[in-house]
Ligand binder design. Structure first.
Ligand code: BGC
Length: 760
């Protein structure tokens, strides 16, 4: 009987294994046979990604003669072509007019939603809600695939600790653990859990790697860091995306320790493929191959060779591969094997998508009309926006607002459509966006009197406006002079019981190529807030932005502060729901707010140093500043609710944990306030002594729980030695036994600590 069971089991195992291998064997046979028919030029053609530039290009050049190139087999994929009709035309050219009828893949920057625009990624990460984040990328995949796309340039998972860098808007903030969970959730949503039906698209994790560590927060700038920091702090989200099966990876613009990422063999082959086992294809960022010439790596032929040899498969827009690889082959600078390998990887992606079986798989106009801008996606956009808001201050319970009396709605972003969608909403249409004024009216009808005044322009600095308005007139200069705008605002505010001022950044004051050295509110907005604060009425600031801002003064002037980021097309409706308490805010910062730019880079999981700063103590020879304390304005993980949550003292299942045991930590959270609400309970640890210096805190887990007013919930976490692993100086992932601190709390700063020992 026993032998029979064993035989049966092994048969089942063999069957499952071969069934799993079947598609890949079939795929290899198919691709090998196809490649047997391809000319060298056709193979190189597969490595060429073009954009015809009819929609918004994101670099300074666009591709020329695209139709002929498709016919001649010189194109592997396209991006920036939007809509079923246009994509069908291009696919038809490839299928009907090219010699081997190889289908194209169609990509786009689907970054936070597609045509239905969700809050910017930084905002979404503040929800700390992985189900919602997955739902956002699932919805974006369904909508964009219905409109013809098969590939999205997302998620962007670059860890960023420097809010001067405008692209903090596109990522999930500063923390490797939170960032890794977000990366995984997004890949799952896009790729439909790797089930490539016609609602799944290829994800493309970017920008590999370390792009967020650009020196001085200046766009495209150099990165240089220790391997230990890389492995422990910056690489985890990319790895999480690869582990989740990301079908493609985009190399970054920056150089890393002296070698541009796009031509970096260690990065793209040794680490990505050999260590992490990545099986998909690598695409360069926009003209990043060519840009290696400016980096000082040689002429176009040399840098194209460097990129191909490094493991970079697809060349975005620059056509270095198209124009130089056959010459390099003749001169022996690259081998046919190098070209074949890259070509094979691109064809594999097309095969996995099912495009060889049906090149028109994503081109169903009926699906497009059903899915694009559908009501359920609009509803999701609102839910996401509500969950992304972070309440930073709420003195005297100013919020939620009463649904009676008069509200003065003031500010350059209070009645604005243009800036609601935020950066990287290339397929979104701002005309569908709901401004706050409209949202408030939708919400309370006539029960509240709303008086509106613009109060100020977003900025009055003409040089700045010119640069920030590069895509569209997002910062408008009112016909009325600034003094008149301000006067009108004060007059409106004088009639009101409460003032709501909607301030912040225009959509593209953050995002790509939008670094700022001063991350405060523009002067005219500061002045407006000051004037409103002088009236002595309750003042609520609604702050729309794509990065943390240095708003210490404005926070002190206001009674309540709600950061909404750029909240997407349903911004106004969602913000109104939050202001009136129909949704109780639950967002927590995924990135630290500094007090001033001098504190930057500032992040909660820093090292202790040999002379650690002691809060509230003024002493010489400590790691601190003369002119500002070390504390941030708001720490990582911070976010208030309209209710209060009281934490019990955490209990540990034991204080000495053997290597095969798990530690359980329990805490009871009680909702002691007047509203039902959600709280994100956070667990951090600190290794007290290690083979290398270790951070003062590291997020290890969190749970978002809904607790009715008056109720309590017990939250339990388990920790094993695996959770405490890190990369040591030899880049080995290890657990080191010894003393640890366990912190539980409502944000990275406000925690209760316990001690325990993890034994070998
Ligand atoms: C950006 C990428 C983007 C690409 C294509 C580049 O400028 O860095 O994030 O995916 O353009 O639009």
């Amino acid at each position: 009987m026993k032998t029979y069971t064993c035989v049966l089991l092994s048969l089942i195992i063999t069957f499952v294994a071969s069934a799993q291998n079947l598609p890949s064997q079939k795929m290899t046979v198919f691709i090998d046979s196809l490649m047997g028919k391809m000319t060298l030029e056709e193979k190189i053609g597969q490595l060429n990604l073009v954009t015809p530039g009819s929609d918004i290009p994101t670099g300074s050049v666009v591709s020329k003669g695209v139709e002929d190139k498709i016919r001649n087999g010189n194109v592997g994929g396209m991006f920036g072509v939007i809509g079923v009709d246009k994509i069908r035309n291009a696919q038809t050219l490839a299928i009907k007019d090219s010699r081997l009828h190889i289908p194209l893949i169609f990509g786009s920057d689907v970054i936070h939603g597609y045509k239905t625009t969700f809050p910017i990624p930084l905002a979404l990460s503040c929800s700390w809600d992985m189900k919602l984040i997955e739902a956002s990328s699932r919805a974006a995949a369904i909508e964009s695939s219905a409109d013809g796309l098969s590939w999205v340039f997302s998620p962007m998972v670059d860890i960023a600790r420097d809010p001067r860098w405008g692209r903090v808007a596109e990522g999930a903030g500063e923390d490797p653990y939170l960032g890794s969970l977000v990366a995984k959730a997004m890949i799952k949503g896009y790729q439909n859990n790797n089930h490539f039906d016609n609602t799944a698209v290829l994800a493309c994790v970017k920008h590999f790697a370390l792009y967020g560590a650009a020196e001085s927060g200046r766009e495209y700038n150099t990165t240089d860091m220790s391997a230990v920091r890389m492995y422990n702090e910056y690489l985890p989200p990319y790895k999480a995306a690869v582990d989740a099966g990301s079908a493609s990876v985009m190399s970054s613009f920056n150089d890393i320790n002296g070698l541009p990422a796009t031509g970096n063999h260690w990065l793209l082959t040794d680490l990505l493929r050999k260590q992490w086992g990545f099986k998909g294809f690598v695409v360069s960022d926009y003209t990043a191959v060519n840009e290696m010439t400016a980096h000082g790596m040689g002429n176009l032929q040399t840098v194209s060779t460097l990129a191909l040899k490094a493991g970079m498969d697809m060349d975005m827009v620059g056509e270095g591969y198209l124009t130089t690889l056959s010459k390099s082959l003749k001169e022996g600078k690259v081998t046919l094997k190098d070209i074949d390998l890259a070509c094979h990887r691109i064809l594999e992606a097309k095969y996995k998508l099912g495009l060889f079986a049906n090149p028109y798989k994503y081109l169903d106009a009926d699906r497009a009309s059903k899915e694009v801008l559908s009501p359920n996606k609009k509803a999701l956009a609102k839910t996401l926006a509500e969950h992304s808001c972070v309440l930073l201050k709420n003195a005297q319970q100013t919020l939620p607002l009463q649904q009676t009396g008069t509200i003065a709605l003031i500010g350059p972003l209070a009645n604005d459509k243009m800036n609601m969608l935020g950066t990287w909403s290339v397929s979104g249409n701002y005309k569908f966006a709901i401004p706050v004024l409209e949202g408030l009216k939708n919400n309370v009808g006539n029960s509240v009197k709303i008086v509106y005044a613009k109060g100020a322009n977003i900025s009055d600095d003409s040089g700045f406006i010119k640069k920030a308005n590069v895509f569209a007139e997002e910062i408008t200069t009112d016909r009325k002079p600034p003094e008149v705008l301000l006067q009108e605002a004060v007059q409106a505010a004088q009639q009101a019981d409460v003032i709501v001022a909607v301030v912040g950044e225009s959509a593209n004051m953050s995002g790509e190529s939008s670094s700022r050295s001063d991350i405060g509110l523009p002067e005219c907005q500061q002045k407006m807030i000051e004037a409103l604060a002088h009236l002595g009425k309750p003042l609520v600031l609604v702050v729309m932005c794509g990065r943390p801002l240095t708003i210490e003064k404005e926070v002190s002037e206001a009674s309540a502060v709600l950061v909404t980021w750029h909240a997407g097309q349903e911004a106004g409706n969602a913000i109104a729901d939050v202001l009136f308490g129909k949704y109780n805010p639950s967002g927590k910062l995924s990135i630290t707010f500094p007090k001033n730019v001098g504190q930057v880079p500032i992040y909660y999981n820093h090292k202790n140093t040999g002379r650690p700063y002691i809060p509230n103590e003024s002493s010489k020879f400590k790691s601190d500043y003369l002119d500002v304390s070390n504390e941030p304005l708001f720490p990582f993980g911070f976010g208030l609710s309209y209710t209060n949550f009281n934490y019990s003292k955490p209990t540990l299942s034991k204080t000495e944990i053997k290597s095969n045991e798990k530690l359980t930590i329990k805490v009871t959270v009680t909702n002691t306030g007047n509203y039902d609400g959600e709280e994100t309970v956070q667990l951090y640890t600190r290794q007290m002594m290690g083979s290398i210096t270790r951070p003062v805190k590291e997020l290890k887990d969190f749970q978002k729980v809904f607790i009715k007013k008056g109720d309590s919930k017990e939250v339990a976490f388990t920790l094993s030695t695996e959770d405490l692993q890190f990369y040591n100086n030899n880049l080995k992932r290890v657990f080191e036994p010894g003393n640890y601190k366990i912190f539980i709390g409502t944000n990275s700063n406000d925690v209760t600590e316990s001690d325990c020992v993890f034994l070998q």
